[in-house]
Design a binder for this molecule. Sequence first.
Ligand SMILES: NC(=O)c1ccc[n+]([C@@H]2O[C@H](COP(=O)([O-])OP(=O)(O)OC[C@H]3O[C@@H](n4cnc5c(N)ncnc54)[C@H](O)[C@@H]3O)[C@@H](O)[C@H]2O)c1
Length: 345
Amino acid sequence: MKSILVTGCAGFIGSNFVPYFLEKYPEYHVINLDLLTYAGDVENLKEIEKSERYSFVKGDICNRELLEYLFSEHDIRGVIHFAAESHVDNSIKNPGLFIETNVNGTFTLIDVAYKYWMEKPFVHTPGYEGCRFHHISTDEVYGTLGEEGLFTEETPYAPNSPYSASKAGSDMVVRSYHHTYGMDTVITNCSNNYGPKQHDEKLIPTIIRKALQGDTIPIYGDGKNIRDWLYVLDHCKGIDLVYHTGKNGEVYNIGGRNERNNNYIADKICEILDSLLPKEESYKEQITYVEDRAGHDRRYAIDATKIETQLGWRADEHFESGIIKTVKWYLEKYNISSEKIEKVK
Ligand SMILES: NC(=O)c1ccc[n+]([C@@H]2O[C@H](COP(=O)([O-])OP(=O)(O)OC[C@H]3O[C@@H](n4cnc5c(N)ncnc54)[C@H](O)[C@@H]3O)[C@@H](O)[C@H]2O)c1
């Protein structure tokens, strides 16, 4: 049995990733290190909490002693690093925390991995040759696009928010450990995810929740900001593929070729709710425009050619199929059963 350390899995993407990964690979023991900040919730991992191949450790990726203990106690042979502060709005209010967790945390983690797996630069401790560090990052490191063009792995970094700057910094730390010390690293830069288990604060859960509560649905600015939306399980499958078959030292962009603006997303969710839980007026009547986010990037879009052609990845969902699954999942979360849906009808 191989032990791998997967960080931040009480959050959105990690809690979708670990159940998928454990089911697919019976040979892994997954140790989830998560600080359980406001963004982490162990409820997200209920379905695997009893698995003998899963261990949960509450702790901080900035805590070097704890990391050293975990590496030697479990003889860690790989890292998939999700843990981060991830909400752009919070990074505008409290940038220091983002630098601490995302930059210093990533540095501490990869430095401990380096010292456990390698004797000196480009020389592995015998038996640890295949140990890989996979860093999960975002397309936001590339900045913003005009109406045309796509982010490729060659696009120069131009982060615009404290969040994306901290992720860009962490990517550079990982890159340097590959080039300076010869560590086996891969980085994936993914577009906006959506799906089950996402924190309430993010755009799609907010639209669904506010709609159901009968509140105004807040949309920033003119609602024309474009993101390239990817269903979370498609991201998880891409991570799995890169972790197992990606080329050492490489970067892979992951995106679903599903560019949609915020107006479209709000309308689509309202239409789904109009059909599942109809009321007198359409949920669209609740949409309200609010003051734009400071420094709000206009458009992100990923060119996923590299992972598609080199590793054979392709998104299984398009936005219109994934969003129905997502809305239904939130209705269940809020205990709105099909029976109640029938009653409302
Ligand atoms: N959500 C997206 O659309 C998206 C897109 C591309 C990349 N990413 C990246 O994917 C990763 C996961 O994103 P997410 O949306 O699941 O985030 P999230 O905010 O839902 O979860 C983050 C998790 O990290 C944990 N954490 C925070 N600080 C920690 C620390 N110091 N030590 C240990 N654990 C800590 C939190 O408790 C939480 O469980 C992040 O690195 C993010 O930058 C996210």
